[in-house]
Design a protein around this ligand. Structure first.
Ligand SMILES: Nc1ncnc2c1ncn2[C@@H]1O[C@H](COP(=O)(O)OP(=O)(O)OP(=O)(O)O)[C@@H](O)[C@H]1O
Ligand SMILES: Nc1nc2c(ncn2[C@@H]2O[C@H](COP(=O)(O)O)[C@@H](O)[C@H]2O)c(=O)[nH]1
Length: 310
């Protein structure tokens, strides 16, 4: 009898959520985490900025001293890192692996520089840019002031950064989807639709059986213009396309890298003889350091517990 590899259901790949400061990324992600705690896991970033009043170390961020984080970046513990609004921010390999190991879809809330770096990395992901409604800068300013977490100087810095981010996001090769957060409930519904949650049409979309993104939502694929008028885009690559199975050489436990996915059991990957049910091949598991030159497998970070809606 011939050998047959066991088909293992693969978790959908990570979702990178970007957008200018104050657009509502954290609010939308918080809602997603609250409503779907078993489905999504938040990638807890590191940052050198000070914690806000309700922020908890290890839950919202890993708050780090700059010299320590800079050293860890040099050591290759980060998938990406960037200077944002005067502070260091970064996604550790450990943060993403923790979510993948828990069998959840990893959500990354990172800036455009981070998204560009992840695009260039071995991690395969889906990229969503959240945009404010027009007039964009005025709306962001209103929201940032309303949030009340930044000083006047910091608000001005973030608004300058926002203008740059909105410009950079026009690079249509970077984002798979653009979503306008005008009305929060509508934007949340749109986000859920993009992620294949909710209506049967959306599920079909998620499963790759629908040809186009869900109708009626204010989102677009790979472009700004169609997101402005709220029309539904047609014919573009959708999240479901990105969530299709990946094959190829494995990198690390449960993580999708470009052209790879791996599941691990006791340190060996198993192929099964379909007739006997016995495992007849065992392959050693390769880690990030095995396959990514200059990258080291990061350890020791606490597991993401999701974030609470703020
Ligand atoms: N659709 C909306 N309409 C009005 N206010 C909103 C909307 N969405 C979010 N907000 C509010 O805007 C403020 C900023 O939201 P949030 O903190 O989620 O932004 P963010 O994109 O995560 O910002 P940052 O990148 O600075 O962390 C919050 O006070 C939030 O309640
Ligand atoms: N490149 C990265 N950007 C990150 C990361 N974590 C958060 N961010 C972005 O920073 C700004 C500011 O965030 P705030 O919490 O201080 O308001 C925002 O755009 C985030 O998306 C990261 O790990 N890498």
């Amino acid at each position: 009898m011939g050998m047959k590899a066991v088909i293992v259901a693969e978790p959908p790949q990570p979702v990178v959520i970007c957008g200018p400061s104050g657009v509502g990324k954290g609010t939308l992600i918080g809602k997603l985490m609250k409503d779907f705690p078993d489905k999504f896991g938040f990638s807890v970033s590191h940052t050198t900025r000070s914690p806000r009043v309700k922020e908890i170390d290890g839950v919202h961020y890993h708050f780090a001293a700059r010299p320590v984080m800079a050293q860890e970046i040099k050591e290759g513990k980060f998938l990406e890192s960037a200077e944002v609004h005067g502070n260091l921010y970064g996604t550790s390999w450990a943060a993403v692996e923790a979510v993948a190991d828990a069998g959840k879809i990893c959500i990354l809330d990172i800036d455009v520089q981070g998204a560009q770096a992840v695009r260039k990395s071995a991690l395969k992901a889906t990229y969503i840019f959240i945009k404010p409604p027009a007039p964009e800068e005025m709306e962001l300013e209103k929201r940032l002031r309303g949030r009340g977490t930044e000083t006047e100087e910091q608000i001005q810095k973030r608004l300058r950064g926002a203008t740059q981010e909105l410009e950079r996001a026009k690079d249509s090769t970077l984002f798979d989807h653009i979503l306008v957060n005008a009305n929060l409930d509508q934007a949340y519904d749109d986000l859920k639709a993009l992620l294949g949650l909710g209506s049967p049409a959306a599920s079909a979309h998620f499963n790759g059986t629908a040809k186009h993104p869900v109708n009626g939502s204010k989102m677009s694929s790979n472009g700004f213009s169609s997101s402005e008028n709220g029309s539904s885009p047609n014919g573009h690559e959708s999240v479901s396309d990105h969530f299709k199975h990946a094959v190829g050489s494995p990198r690390t436990n449960g993580l999708f890298l470009n052209g790879s996915h791996q599941s691990k059991s006791n340190g060996v990957m198993k192929l099964s003889n379909s007739m006997s049910g016995n495992y007849s091949h065992t392959l050693p598991i390769l880690t990030s350091s095995d396959l990514l030159v200059g990258m080291h497998s990061a350890t020791g970070s606490p597991r993401a517990k999701g974030i609470s809606a703020s």
